[in-house]
Design a protein around this ligand. Structure first.
Ligand code: NAD
Length: 365
């Protein structure tokens, strides 16, 4: 019997609510295939601070190190907002966990079902078939991780500097992820940069052109400046299939993609590391794109789909269980098509709660 060993880090507010039902769905999807789940829960974020005095406790890192993947909820919220910035859940747990496991590639599917085009702020005629794309964002380099300093100049003025740094090898390894993603889709990649202004982008564009031509000549590669990409995303998102871009541009473009795709409650993500697990597949962290939604926490009404779809990504990328991942994705889509909606995607029509949504998905597996 195959056993999937993973760490479960539910986090705060709606995190535990959606995690609990995502595990029910995972169990229902894997059991018929004779697959056993072996997961260990650990505290992270506010739950880490409250229970173990730290947003990313050492015991949690150990649980993750012993696993083949991490299923993550979301962290943070008003309860911890008055802590010093460096101790706040997101800063003290999210960036360190990415760094610790070298999670350099963030994949965010931008998926809007045709039945949910109302959820998008775009006019329905611009997205008649919904949206289906992927944003591949470099996650451990660039300006967020480059040297930073604040200094007082000779004339008394104060100057702050963040350096944007990229190595060719860092660009090549994220291109590999984008190429694999494009091969499983339409074979098209749009590389987003600012090569008319930034030196790192000049290297990015040159590397992308040469690397794709050498290693995946069948891929159709195009380039776009990030300011244009931001406009095009709002004008016609379906012109993109796979976007690959550096850390800060990806942060912004993937959030824009998230909003044109409607509710955060539907959007999953995968952050893949350089390390391989015992299946010789990437060790990864899988989490919803949204936050802890404190405004609806504790009411049993959060949309569990993003967490469930993140679990499906974990099956695909870290455990090689593509068929079961697809089965879950189809069941989520079918439940939505059959009219089962949580409040965030119901648009005034009757809505159901977190558990009922998960039950509808399990029924369709
Ligand atoms: P948020 O994503 O939590 O919520 C924004 C809006 O989307 C809210 O109206 C919320 O109700 C709704 N929403 C989000 N997920 C939903 C779901 N599954 N079902 C239904 N509705 C959903 O963003 P925020 O309010 O800006 O942040 C709240 C907290 O979450 C903050 O502390 C923030 O720092 C944290 N956060 C954490 C992560 C993470 O853990 N990766 C990411 C973003 C924000």
């Amino acid at each position: 019997m195959k056993t999937l060993k993973f760490a479960v880090l539910p986090g705060d507010y709606i995190g535990p609510e959606v995690m609990s039902v995502a595990l029910d769905v995972l169990k229902a999807a894997t059991e018929p295939a004779g697959i056993k789940l072996d997961y260990t829960e650990a505290h992270v974020g506010g739950a880490g601070i409250d229970n173990e005095g730290k947003a990313l406790p050492d015991s949690t890192i150990k649980v993750c190190e012993e696993a083949d993947a991490i299923l993550f909820g979301s962290i943070g919220g008003p309860k911890w907002e008055n802590l010093p910035p460096a101790e706040q859940p997101e800063r003290a747990a999210l960036l360190p966990i990415r760094k610790h496991f070298n999670l350099f590639a963030n994949l965010r599917p931008g998926l809007l079902y045709q039945e949910l085009t109302d959820a998008s702020p775009l006019k329905a005629e611009r997205i008649p078939e919904g949206i289906d794309m992927v944003c591949v964002r470099e996650l451990t380099g660039g300006i967020y991780f480059g040297p930073k300093r604040t200094e007082t100049l000779e004339d008394g003025d104060i100057q702050a500097t963040d350096e944007m740094v990229y190595k060719k090898s860092e660009i090549e390894r994220i291109l590999d992820v984008a190429i694999a993603s494009a091969k499983a889709r339409s074979g098209k990649i749009c590389s987003v940069d600012k090569a008319n202004v930034l030196t790192t982008s000049v290297l990015w564009r040159k590397t992308a052109t040469e690397y794709v031509a050498k290693h995946a000549p069948e891929i159709e590669l195009s380039h776009m400046y990030v300011d244009n990409a931001a406009m095009q995303m709002a004008r016609d998102p379906n012109q993109f299939d796979v976007i690959v871009t550096e850390n800060m541009f990806g942060d912004i473009i993937s959030d824009e993609m998230g909003i044109v795709c409607g509710s955060l409650g539907m959007l999953s993500s995968a952050s893949l590391g350089t390390g391989k697990n015992k299946y010789d597949l990437p060790f990864g962290l899988y989490e919803p794109s949204g936050g802890t939604a404190p405004d609806i926490a504790g009411k049993g009404i959060a949309n569990p789909c993003a967490q469930i779809l993140s679990a499906a990504l974990m099956l695909r990328y870290s455990f090689g269980e593509n068929e079961i991942a697809e089965k879950i994705e189809k069941a989520v889509k079918q439940a939505v098509m059959d009219g089962f909606r949580t409040g965030d995607i119901s648009f005034g029509k009757p809505s159901i709660g977190t558990k009922e949504m998960a039950a509808a998905i399990i029924e369709r597996l």
